[in-house]
Design a binder for this molecule. Structure first.
Ligand code: FPP
Length: 246
């Protein structure tokens, strides 16, 4: 039976989050510069997006650049930003063909002007697509996002728009960058690292975590299918016991 045939289309994760890791090591293994790994990482992004659309996954969120990544050597940061600009511009057509809506989360105002503009353009152009929402986490860190949400809520309470007693988990969630998305049910991290690295800390409270030793540039839709098969074998209990689920 093919990998695709093993997947129950009625029990797909609605939201899949991915930590794309291992570009640098992939390039090093080949005696190349780190940026070569990022360039090849784009092929993995394309195949993963197409695989998600093929399956019918509604939300795919990729950790493309963390707040901490700004501390990398200046040349690598510049190369990554250029790669983002060129990829978004080149791939908009494919996103349209696949019915993918582009979205972004993170401190977008800290992106270089050209990158921000290209992103906004593609977001607008694809805004009517409904097959899948592809969110790029850019200049993103979860602690930053949670702090921003707390600040916004505090200001609303100060200004009398909100009562402190009305602050619930649901209300807090709507103040996060992901406010209009369901929480990810599955999170994949490549490259054999078992860390969350400041990614969606609030949203992954009940996510299934899947780690693969594949380096990101080698990741393809078949690897995504394997992760979904693994996800479908798990029992998600949300703090309850097995018998309560049936
Ligand atoms: C992590 O590998 C990867 C990144 C920090 C960047 C991810 C970017 C891409 C895949 C390319 C462009 C993406 C889009 C969405 C167009 P690493 O550099 O930390 O690898 P290492 O851990 O082996 O050093």
């Amino acid at each position: 039976m093919s990998l695709l045939d093993q997947i129950d289309k009625n029990r797909l994760p609605k939201h899949l989050a991915v930590i794309m890791d291992g570009n640098g090591r992939w390039a090093k293994e080949k005696g190349k510069l780190r940026v070569f790994g990022h360039q090849n990482g784009v092929l993995a992004v394309r195949d993963t997006v197409e695989g998600a659309v093929q399956l019918g996954i509604k939300y795919l969120t990729l950790y493309a650049f963390s707040t901490e990544n700004w501390n990398r050597p200046k040349l690598e940061v510049m190369a990554l930003m250029e790669l983002l600009v060129s990829t978004i511009s080149k791939e908009t057509k494919t996103l349209m063909e696949n019915g993918v809506r582009l979205n972004a989360i993170g401190n977008l105002s800290s992106l270089p002007e050209r990158c921000f503009r290209q992103l906004q353009e593609a977001i607008e152009k694809t805004s009517g697509n409904t097959n899948c929402t592809l969110t790029l986490a850019l200049s993103y860190s979860s602690r930053w996002e949670i702090t921003e949400a707390a600040k916004t809520i505090a200001i609303k309470v100060r200004d009398g728009e909100l009562n402190a007693d009305d602050i619930t988990e649901e209300l807090f969630s709507t103040h996060l960058n992901t406010g209009d998305m369901p929480d990810p049910e599955l999170m994949i991290r490549t490259s054999g690292e078992h860390r969350i690295s400041n990614y969606m800390l609030w949203q992954i409270a009940y996510s299934e975590l899947y780690f693969t030793s594949k380096l990101w540039p080698d990741f393809r839709r078949e690897d995504l299918f394997e992760a979904v098969i693994d996800f479908q074998k798990r029992e998600r209990r949300f703090g309850m016991i097995s018998e309560q689920l049936n």
